[in-house]
Design a protein around this ligand. Structure first.
Ligand SMILES: Cc1cc2nc3c(=O)[nH]c(=O)nc-3n(C[C@H](O)[C@H](O)[C@H](O)COP(=O)(O)OP(=O)(O)OC[C@H]3O[C@@H](n4cnc5c(N)ncnc54)[C@H](O)[C@@H]3O)c2cc1C
Length: 457
C-alpha cells in the first residue's frame, strides 16, 4: 500500500488546469507535489482518439479566440509546438442552414429567424433581470423549430462576440447581451486542431517543463494515474486525501481541478463538508455532429448502432436514399463519464461574477481551479489553462503569508519569554505551537439541486 510522505501540495486532476497549476508551482520552487489523476492518462477533456485512420478530438477541438488585440495563451503554446490547425470559417454559418430534406433555408427566412433569436436573447435578459428585482414578467418562449434551434446555437456559441449593433440584411439588430470575453480579448477567429499528436500534445509539452519525461512519456512518480479521489479531510493543519484504492495522501494544501459536473456529483466527499450553496477533419470523410443539452443526453443513452441508424435517416432525407452507410461511428459520452459529468460549465447569462468568485474561493487549505473557476473564459481550454496559473499564484501567496504569520507569531511569543528567562533555545521556540490563523472564506457547495445551471453537454 502506498503511504507517501506528506507533500506541500496535492493537485487533484491532470487536465490543462491541473498541469498548468503544477508548472507554476514548480517554477516557484515547490517541487514536492503529487498529482492524483483518476483516469489512466493526462488531458481530461482534451482527448484524442483514432477514428477512420485519423486522429480526431473527442473533447476540445478548437482554439477559440485568435487574431485579436491580445494573444490567446493557448494559441501561443500551439504555435510554439508547431501544432497543425485549420481555420474554421463561420462567417456565413447563419445562412448555411439546411432543413431535414437537405434544402438550404432561403436567406430571408434565416435572417428573420436570426433577428427573432437576437430579440429573444434580449427579452430573456430583461426577464431575468426583472425576476432578480422581484418583478413578475412572462418568461419569453424558447427556440423550438429546427431553424430556431440552429440559429440559437450559432448565435450563442459563435456570434455573441461583442458587436453592439449589427446590420443584417437590412435589419439593424442590437445585441445587449453580454459579449463573450474570449472573442473580445483574443479575437473572433477559431482554429480546429488537426494534428496527429492531438490537442493533448500541448499538455505533454507543458509537463516536460516540470515532470521527468522520456520519449514523450511521463515517467515521474509524482504523477499518479488511476487514482480516483473519494474523500478530502481538511483541517487547519493540512489535508488528507483518500483514493478509491484505499491510499491516503497528505499535504499542506490541495488544488482541486475536477469539473463542475464532478463537484455537483457525489464522487468526492469533504470532511468537514463544504459550506452549502443556497442560492471537420480536413482530408478525411468524417462528419462531426455537435449536440447540446437534452439531445446529447438522449443520444448518450442510445447504443452506437441506434445512433448510426438515426443519423443515416437524417442524411438520407437530406442527400437521397442511395447514399452509402457510414462505415463507423464514434460517440464520446462526456455526461456518463463519472470523472467529467458534462462537457463544460455554462453559467446563466446574467450571473454576475459572484457565482464564479464563490465557486473558486478557497476553503481552508483546499484551493479550487479548472475552467469553471475562470471569470472571463469559463468553458474553454484557455480558461482552464489560465485558471491553473491563477490558482497556483493565489496558493503561493497564501504560503508566503503563512510563513510571515508563523514568523510573526514566533517573534511575538519569543520576545517576552526571552525577556523573562533569557535562556530559551531555538529548539524550544520551534516547539511552540503555531498560532497560524487559517482564513475560511465562503465556499458554496454545489449539489445537483442548486440554482446554477448544470454543466452542459
Ligand atoms: C466535447 C467537448 C468539446 C469542447 N470543445 C472545446 C473547444 O473547441 N475549445 C475550447 O477551448 N474548449 C472546449 N471544450 C472545453 C475544454 O475541453 C475544457 O474547458 C478544458 O479542457 C477543461 O480543463 P480543466 O483542467 O478545467 O478540466 P478537466 O480537463 O476536466 O480536468 C480535470 C481532471 O480531473 C480528473 N478527475 C475528475 N474526478 C477526479 C477524482 N475524483 N480524482 C482524481 N481525478 C479526478 C479528470 O479525469 C480530469 O483529468 C470542450 C469540452 C468538451 C467536453
Amino acid at each position: 500500500m502506498d503511504s507517501p510522505p506528506r507533500s506541500s501540495v496535492i493537485i487533484i486532476g491532470a487536465g490543462i488546469s491541473g498541469v498548468s497549476a503544477g508548472k507554476v508551482l514548480a517554477e516557484n520552487g515547490i517541487k514536492d507535489m503529487v498529482i492524483l489523476e483518476a483516469s489512466d492518462r493526462i488531458g481530461g477533456r482534451i482527448r484524442k482518439d483514432n477514428f477512420g485512420g485519423v486522429s480526431v478530438e473527442l473533447g476540445a477541438g478548437w482554439i477559440a479566440g485568435v487574431g485579436g488585440k491580445e494573444s490567446n495563451p493557448v494559441w501561443e503554446l500551439a504555435s510554439q509546438s508547431g501544432l497543425r490547425t485549420c481555420f474554421s470559417d463561420y462567417s456565413n454559418a447563419r445562412y448555411n442552414i439546411y432543413d431535414r430534406s437537405g434544402k438550404i433555408f432561403p436567406s430571408g427566412v434565416a435572417a428573420d429567424s436570426y433577428k427573432k433569436a437576437v430579440d429573444l436573447a434580449n427579452e430573456n435578459l430583461k426577464s431575468l433581470e426583472a425576476n432578480l428585482v422581484g418583478e413578475l414578467i412572462e418568461p419569453p418562449s424558447s427556440p423550438k423549430t429546427p431553424i430556431e434551434l440552429a440559429i440559437d446555437f450559432i448565435l450563442h456559441d459563435f456570434e455573441m462576440a461583442g458587436r453592439e449593433t449589427e446590420t443584417l440584411m437590412g435589419y439593424s439588430v442590437k445585441t445587449e447581451v453580454e459579449p463573450i470575453s474570449t472573442y473580445v480579448d483574443f479575437g473572433e477567429r477559431e482554429f480546429l486542431v488537426a494534428d496527429e499528436r492531438g490537442y493533448e500534445h500541448l499538455l505533454y509539452k507543458m509537463a516536460e517543463n516540470f515532470l521527468f519525461t522520456s520519449e514523450g512519456k511521463i515517467l515521474d512518480n509524482r504523477l499518479k494515474l488511476n487514482k480516483v479521489v473519494r474523500e478530502l479531510q481538511h483541517s487547519r493543519n493540512g489535508v488528507a486525501v483518500k483514493t478509491e484504492d484505499g491510499c491516503i495522501y497528505e499535504a499542506s494544501y490541495v488544488i482541486l481541478s475536477v469539473s463542475i459536473g464532478v463537484l455537483q456529483s457525489d464522487l468526492i466527499s469533504f470532511r468537514p463538508p463544504l459550506p452549502h450553496m443556497e442560492n471537420a477533419y480536413p482530408g478525411s470523410n468524417i462528419l462531426v455532429v455537435t449536440l447540446t443539452n437534452g439531445e446529447s443526453k438522449r443520444i448518450e443513452a442510445h447504443s452506437d448502432e441506434e445512433t448510426l441508424e438515426e443519423a443515416m435517416g437524417v442524411l438520407r432525407d437530406m442527400f437521397g436514399p442511395h447514399i452509402p452507410n457510414a462505415t463507423d461511428i464514434l460517440v464520446p459520452r462526456w455526461w456518463n463519464n463519472r470523472f467529467q459529468r458534462g462537457s463544460y460549465s455554462n453559467y446563466p447569462i446574467i450571473s454576475d461574477n459572484q457565482d464564479v468568485h464563490d465557486i473558486k474561493a478557497p476553503v481552508g487549505r483546499i484551493f479550487f481551479t479548472g475552467e469553471h473557476t475562470s471569470e472571463r473564459f469559463s468553458g474553454y481550454v484557455h480558461g482552464g489553462y489560465l485558471s491553473g496559473i491563477d490558482t497556483s499564484n493565489s496558493l503561493l501567496e497564501e504560503i508566503r503569508k503563512e510563513k510571515e504569520r508563523k514568523s510573526e507569531s514566533q517573534t511575538f511569543l519569543l520576545e517576552p519569554l526571552l525577556a523573562l528567562t533569557g535562556s530559551l533555545t531555538l529548539t524550544q521556540t520551534e516547539a511552540v505551537p503555531s498560532l497560524h490563523k487559517c482564513d475560511i472564506p465562503t465556499q458554496l457547495y454545489l449539489s445537483g439541486k442548486v440554482g446554477l445551471q448544470e454543466a452542459i453537454l
